[in-house]
Design a protein around this ligand. Structure first.
Ligand SMILES: Cc1cc2nc3c(=O)[nH]c(=O)nc-3n(C[C@H](O)[C@H](O)[C@H](O)COP(=O)(O)OP(=O)(O)OC[C@H]3O[C@@H](n4cnc5c(N)ncnc54)[C@H](O)[C@@H]3O)c2cc1C
Length: 429
């Protein structure tokens, strides 16, 4: 198991780390711990930079050191990255939510905005307060809906009584999407119900609205009729799109497989690459008819690929097509409110919320994390508090600082003798 992080991440609960309900350790146990009992599995840290299908090797880099590994069978499951639809510069001011780093950065930005608003109000700079207390979530899929719902609860329940110069419950929360519905993949009945629930929570739901520019102090949006509007908002969250991991380009070039618009690689029905029965591409980076980019697609794809490899090792026939079983979709809106769809069954409100809790608790890895999650949920959903509100300056600044210092920074600084001065940035731009 070769991966660029040492943890396994349960992405569906990232928004709860970002809003202070859960700690990062609960949703991201170390992969080494998860696989500790599996004696034939070895866990290695490394960012895969090159896959050579002809030579059957994978080259990975860990903290500046490159290693090449050979394989008999390869499963590529490197997932997807956030997509800003060709506007990567938006990321500076509107971070996405795909990693633990992203969630912690967002936590710092969200709680930091309330702190800065209090400072502004206390020092008489009331003109800044509205902008600091405006939160915009871009993308009204499950992640955006859950994030907007939690921002509303945070401002109205958790923080309501803690500040002296601002009223946190007056925070403006805007959920934007270029589509005509929230949760478009859930069908119009659940979409309509979700939009009504969000509005009742005080969230402004603005559909048919596209983001055309983002900066430190706000964003510009465009309506269907082409009219543009400026929204002043310090905190922006990007939950709008994903792009398959760039490794798919290498795999496509070498195998002749096609990529779809999201950069996902089109695989054979058995999830292998054309001409390479020993290489599987699964999960968010694979394009398979009828399989959505959700956790079940990845989990079931992983089981299929592993099953195929075992069959080959046992000398049995391989090449059976992957068949996907849709276990349904769900999203929480706020405390006690969720929507759920499974086949023709549609649930809303409290029953859907309880089902959501049960399913997510079941999929959290490890008994210890499950107990901790239950306790944190009790604190936030029965009570009003959040257990994980600590934020640090580095949470907010580290990503941008590392980008500024450039790619060579890590490698060169690690080679420096102790006490040497840090490298200067590559450019002063
Ligand atoms: C915020 C959020 C909420 C979600 N909510 C839900 C939900 O409620 N229900 C649901 O079903 N799905 C949900 N999803 C989608 C679900 O998490 C994904 O479909 C699933 O994780 C895909 O699994 P995967 O194994 O393909 O990729 P991932 O889980 O993304 O795993 C890919 C791994 O590969 C590593 N990696 C990437 N590139 C390299 C490289 N070059 N070298 C080494 N390692 C690399 C990554 O660090 C990562 O550990 C959500 C996703 C997000 C981001």
């Amino acid at each position: 198991m070769l991966a660029r992080t040492s943890h396994h991440l349960f992405q569906p609960l990232l928004y709860q780390v970002a809003t202070g309900i859960l700690s990062e350790g609960v949703i991201a146990p170390t992969t080494r711990d998860v696989l500790a009992e599996q004696r034939n599995a070895s866990v290695l840290l490394g960012e895969v930079t090159t896959v050579d299908l002809e030579a059957r090797t994978v080259t990975a880099s860990a903290i500046g050191q490159q290693t090449t590994y050979s394989y008999d069978s390869l499963i590529v499951a490197a997932g997807a990255d956030q997509s800003w639809f060709g506007n990567d510069h938006f990321a500076e001011f509107a971070p996405g939510m795909k990693t633990i780093d992203d969630a912690l950065e967002l936590r710092g930005r969200i709680y930091g905005a309330f702190e800065m608003a209090e400072v502004a109000a206390a020092s008489g700079r009331h003109d800044l307060v509205e902008r600091l207390l405006t939160f915009v979530v871009v993308g009204a899929g499950p992640t955006g809906v859950e994030m907007a719902g939690q921002l509303a609860e945070l401002s109205k329940r958790t923080l309501a009584k803690e500040f002296r110069h601002i009223d946190p419950s007056s925070a403006r929360i805007i959920l934007l999407d270029a589509a005509d519905e929230v949760l478009a993949s859930f069908g119009s009945t659940l979409a309509g119900r979700t939009a009504r629930d969000l509005t009742r929570l005080g969230i402004e739901v603005r559909l048919g609205t596209k983001v055309v520019d983002v900066d430190a102090e706000g964003l510009t949006v465009e309506s269907r009729d082409g009219s543009q509007e400026r929204i002043e908002a310090t905190t922006k969250v990007w939950a709008a799109g994903v792009q398959a991991n760039p490794l798919t380009r290498q795999l496509a070039e070498q195998s002749g497989a096609e990529l779809d618009r999201a950069g996902r690689i089109k695989v054979n029905p058995d999830l292998t690459l054309p001409g390479h029965p020993e290489v599987f591409a699964i999960g968010d980076l694979a394009a398979v008819e009828g399989v959505p980019g959700v956790a079940q697609g990845a989990i079931q794809g992983g089981k299929h690929a592993a099953g195929q490899i075992l069959r080959r090792l046992r000398g049995e026939e391989t090449g059976q097509p992957f068949s996907y079983f849709d276990k349904g979709s769900m999203a929480t809106i706020s405390r006690f409110r969720a929507v759920m769809k499974r086949g023709r069954l549609e649930l809303t409100g409290y029953p859907a919320w309880v089902a959501w809790l049960a399913v997510h608790l079941f999929y959290i890895i490890g008994f210890k994390s499950q107990v901790q999650t239950l306790m944190h949920w009790a604190v936030s959903f029965v009570g009003r508090d959040r257990s994980e509100r600590t934020v640090t300056e580095q949470q907010v600044l580290a990503r941008l600082a590392l980008e500024y210092l450039g790619e060579d920074f890590l490698r060169t600084s690690l080679r420096k003798p102790p006490g040497a001065a840090p490298s200067a940035p590559a450019t002063d731009s």
